[in-house]
Write a protein that binds this ligand. Structure first.
Ligand code: NAD
Length: 332
């Protein structure tokens, strides 16, 4: 038996599809988050499948373990909200889904890049107000841009392909050089080369000690005038106050943000009829040359299906004592 927590309406069809394909497995689920209080609901299950931002606390893990459940499969990538010390002590086996659809995120980044260049937000607003004049909302063609990609992993590489499809010149920087991209001559030597040569700078690196706030006053100053900054990666990569200054001064032509430094508790919430909690974010949302999305780059039917199906596949492997496709190291 596999019990799934925090199942959303949009995940239900894929869960049911998986259950129908595995009649030997008793699948049950809830929309509840996994907490010390709800952990008992899984009683009798061999494993649990879950996805939440809420912490998996020592107490939550203990209640699960008391029910004899130590096989946990996440439907997402991040494991930083799991108390690994307790998980290790109690013998938990954990899996995640590190790759569910790089295309979903890359495609979103590409669409938003093209929208910024063609000033579609400003144009839509003008048209809605009844102003159907052309000027001054003139577009820049993607094929005339040099696009600098920082991070050539799963997502960065797909973004590169899409931007090349539009005809852009693509250059890239990564601490690890993919041999195929290396042979094709994409890599420049340094981040400074990216900043100096790119009309569009797009971030596709994880938030690590040496990437946090990599976009700041000093790196923005190194960029071309009228550059476009794209961040669909992690809010922490960007000093948002510095970006606001660069937008105010006209240094940046536009900013694409799908992730935000202070997004936890703000994104994926209905703020209608309530006081909006973040004045800086409100200001960014109001700007015609800033495209804000609430961490929805990943949110496609393709990606959600993969997150559900791959997590259940992993959990079944754990329950059957087989090697799961994507185990997580349970290390404090
Ligand atoms: P990946 O691991 O495949 O690629 C990351 C790349 O960054 C690697 O090639 C790595 O060598 C490179 N890198 C690491 N440190 C670097 C540094 N200091 N300088 C230059 N390059 C460095 O990851 P991915 O699947 O392509 O994901 C990239 C980012 O996208 C992640 O940060 C992830 O959090 C984010 N993401 C966002 C969404 C969304 O919905 N907005 C969804 C999934 C992932």
């Amino acid at each position: 038996k596999i019990y799934a927590y925090s199942i959303r309406k949009d995940e239900e069809p894929y869960l049911k599809e998986w259950a129908a394909a595995h009649p030997e497995v008793d699948v049950d689920y809830t929309s509840d988050l996994l907490t010390p209080e709800t952990a008992k609901q899984a009683a009798g299950a061999d494993g649990v499948v879950v996805y939440q931002q809420l912490d998996y606390t020592p107490e939550t893990l203990r209640v699960l373990a008391d029910e004899g459940i130590t096989k946990v499969s996440l439907r997402n990538v991040g494991v930083d909200n799991i108390d690994m010390a307790t998980a290790k002590k109690l013998g938990f086996e954990i899996t995640n889904v590190p790759v569910y659809s790089p295309n979903a995120i890359a495609e979103h980044a590409a669409i938003q890049t093209a929208r910024i260049l063609r000033q579609t937000k400003a144009l839509d607003r003008k048209i809605a107000s009844g102003d159907l004049r052309w000027a001054p909302t003139i577009g820049r063609e993607v094929r005339d841009q040099t696009v600098g990609v920082i991070g050539t992993g799963h997502i960065g590489q797909v973004y590169m392909q899409i931007m090349e499809g539009f005809g852009a010149k693509v250059i890239a920087y990564d601490v690890f050089h993919d041999p195929k991209l290396e042979a094709a001559g994409y890599y420049v030597d340094s981040l400074d080369d990216i900043y100096a040569q790119s009309d569009v700078v797009s971030l596709h690196v994880p938030a690590l000690k040496n990437t946090i706030k990599m976009i700041n006053d000093s790196t923005l100053a190194k960029m071309k005038d009228d550059a476009v900054l794209v961040n669909v990666s992690r809010g922490a990569l960007v000093d948002t106050d510095a970006v606001v200054r660069a937008l105010d001064s006209g240094k940046l032509f536009g900013f694409v943000m799908d992730t935000y430094e202070d997004e936890v508790g703000v994104f994926n919430v209905d703020w209608r009829g309530k006081d909006f909690p973040d004045a800086r974010l409100k200001d960014l949302i109001d700007r015609p040359n800033v495209l804000v999305t609430p961490h929805t780059a990943f949110y496609t039917t393709h990606a959600v299906r993969n997150m559900v199906v791959k997590a259940f596949d992993n959990n079944l492997a754990l329950v059957n004592g087989e090697a799961p496709a994507t185990p997580v190291k349970v290390e404090p």
